[in-house]
Design a protein around this ligand. Structure first.
Ligand code: 6FA
Length: 544
């Protein structure tokens, strides 16, 4: 493919979790695929060079070593987070998966059900989930030596859960079991290294001559003639006149720029609610690229978003090693752990911080079933809110999320600078969501006295759970699992893409990323989103 006069079919915008899967699977069919990613390389396999000081002389970047995950939130120069989105999002090859907690759950049937908002035809996810698991199997013992490390918080919480009738399972061996179960946290990890689509799908795509990846290529909008997309506007004038890459007749564009990136591209393409397009019109550079108003397509882009509301509880127990709250993992980790990891990708640093996950089903006062998830990890000093003395080296943290069944919805959009931001927070807009999470928090905390030495320090014993939740900072409630801003639906009045992932009102513009997912899947979403991407590719390819 010549870069001088680029004409492509198809082009995929966004080299994150889904974009890489889509590009790999389409290129497998022999079609020419151009993958456009705004960021640069991440892991060592992709040419990344951001190596921890203690790993100097190796090629192990911060995106390879799972144990440095918590440092992403403390870094003084966090270049990997998108600067034009006010929420956490990764702007680099691999997207969110390079900077996330790496928790990796295989979806269950309800995650693709009609009741969850998926159109008819999407329910049989298993073949696609199996394809994902074949490319990237999960592991709940990520250290390359096969041993588990830093399991004290698992053992303490298991004691509590056992008194409440929970059963220990291998989580991804029984994806359908999500009531009164717990297990060691499963990860997307291969050989002690953070894995994901960069380590798997991208490697096969790259071997094909009909696949091309362009990094540092920012897409502002699609170029269209009414319903027909004719090109993609980029910031790179070497790719075409004024940076426009033209499509072959019959070519297609797939947006995989994520829950925040894809809506912004649509707004700038004259697709979305009028208040958002008006903001684009008020920006001279962006306005010049809008189609004429008669071609605007009014869709609910940015509405219907959900994200698991999450509340942290902080505890101490004498058996816990809080791992210095992960404060020094980037600059100066415990020497023996650094040496062990460098020697054979083993030990504490072969895993991100989570240690145990648990689930319990609740029926809300509206009769609806909701699942509550707990994620347990050592450390958590930053969430402590107590004036009482406590032992910092014995701290651990439990995040309780409201998972499947969340009914609250919010909205994301842009401001006058085209920065993406939440317009309405998606947590607890339905009071039954809040009630249910409060009940789950109270149920969990009721078990504390059953475990000798276990002390709840946040909230402390002067604060009730209800007051704690009522006064919780809403910006701390995000779990970074945003879905639904371009919801899939059977009708343009209720969604943005049709059951084949095509944007309503267009002939050849598709979206495959977290933004089409109509409601939150069970657990952290990347496994379900990967399965959806595998299924979406099949649906896109069979269309004329
Ligand atoms: N999900 C899990 O399942 N487990 C976790 O432990 C977990 N943790 C986190 C977490 O700790 C954080 C801090 C974040 C931010 C997310 C977490 N998630 C977790 C969620 C998970 O990572 C996301 O659900 C998942 O990555 C969504 O996949 P998408 O493909 O929809 O979106 P990405 O953000 O991965 O990729 C978008 C790509 O498009 C990026 O590479 C971006 O640079 C690129 N892009 C955006 N706009 C663009 C533009 N205009 N032009 C070109 N490229 C663009």
């Amino acid at each position: 493919m010549s870069i001088d006069s680029m004409v492509v079919d198809p082009s995929v915008v966004g080299g994150g979790l889904t974009g890489i899967i889509v590009a790999d699977r389409i290129s497998e069919t022999g079609k020419s695929v151009l993958l456009l990613e705004r960021g640069g390389p991440s892991s060592r396999e992709s040419g990344g060079t951001d190596v921890a000081p203690w790993a100097n002389g190796t090629n192990l970047t911060r995106f390879d070593v799972p144990g440095v995950y918590e440092s992403f939130f403390m870094d003084t120069n966090p270049w990997f987070w998108c600067k034009d989105i006010t929420l956490y999002a990764g702007c680099l090859l691999g997207g969110g998966v390079e900077v996330n907690g790496a928790l990796y759950f295989y979806p269950r049937d309800i995650d693709f059900s009609l009741q969850a908002g998926w159109p008819s035809g999407w329910q049989d996810h298993q073949p696609y989930t199996d394809m994902v698991a074949a490319r990237l199997p999960s592991t709940d013992h990520p250290s390359a030596d096969g041993k588990r490390y830093l399991t004290q918080s698992h053992d303490v919480v298991a004691q509590l859960l056992n008194t409440q009738g929970y059963k220990s399972i291998t989580i991804n061996d029984e994806p359908e079991s999500k009531d009164h179960v717990y297990g060691y946290s499963p990860f997307d990890s291969l050989g002690g290294l953070r894995a994901g689509p960069v380590a798997t799908y991208l490697q096969t795509a790259r071997k094909r001559p009909n696949f091309e990846l362009k990094l540092y290529t920012y897409v502002t909008n699609v170029v269209r003639d009414n319903s027909v997309i004719t090109g993609v506007q980029t910031n790179d004038t070497s790719l075409g006149p004024d940076g426009i890459i033209f499509l072959n007749p019959g070519g297609r564009v797939v947006l995989s720029a994520g829950s925040f990136g894809s809506p912004r591209i649509l707004f700038q393409s004259g697709i979305g609610p009028s208040d958002m397009i008006q903001l684009v019109e008020e920006n001279p550079a962006a306005a010049a690229r809008l189609p004429p108003p008669s071609q605007y397509i009014d869709l609910s882009v940015g509405y219907n978003v959900s994200d698991n509301p999450s509340i942290n509880l902080v505890f101490t127990h004498p058996s816990i090693d809080s791992y210095d709250n992960w404060d020094t993992v980037w600059t100066n980790p415990r020497p023996a752990d650094a040496a062990q990891y460098l020697a054979n990708r083993s030990g504490v640093l072969a895993s991100t911080s989570p240690d145990l996950n648990f689930w319990r089903e609740y029926t809300g006062s509206d009769g609806r079933q909701r699942t509550v998830q707990g994620t347990v990890h050592p450390g958590g000093n930053t969430s402590v809110r107590t004036s009482f003395p406590y032992n910092t080296s014995q701290v651990f943290d439990i995040t309780l999320y409201l998972s499947t069944g969340v009914t609250s919805r919010g909205r994301v959009g842009i401001n006058g600078s085209l920065t993406v931001l939440p317009i309405e927070y998606p947590w607890f807009t339905d009071p039954v969501d809040k009630e249910t999470l409060i009940t789950a928090l109270e149920d969990f905390v009721a078990g504390v006295k059953q475990v000798q030495g276990l002390t709840l320090i946040t909230p402390d014993n002067t604060t009730t759970i209800v007051d704690y939740v009522n006064n919780y900072n809403p910006t701390s409630m995000s779990s970074n699992h945003w879905v639904g801003s371009n919801r899939i639906s059977t009708s343009a009045s209720t969604g943005v893409v049709d059951p084949n992932c095509k944007v309503f009102g267009t002939d050849n513009l598709f979206i495959v990323d977290a933004s089409i997912v109509p409601s939150l899947p069970t657990g952290n979403p990347q496994g379900a989103i990967m399965s959806a991407a595998e299924q979406a590719v099949v649906k896109i390819l069979v269309q004329k």
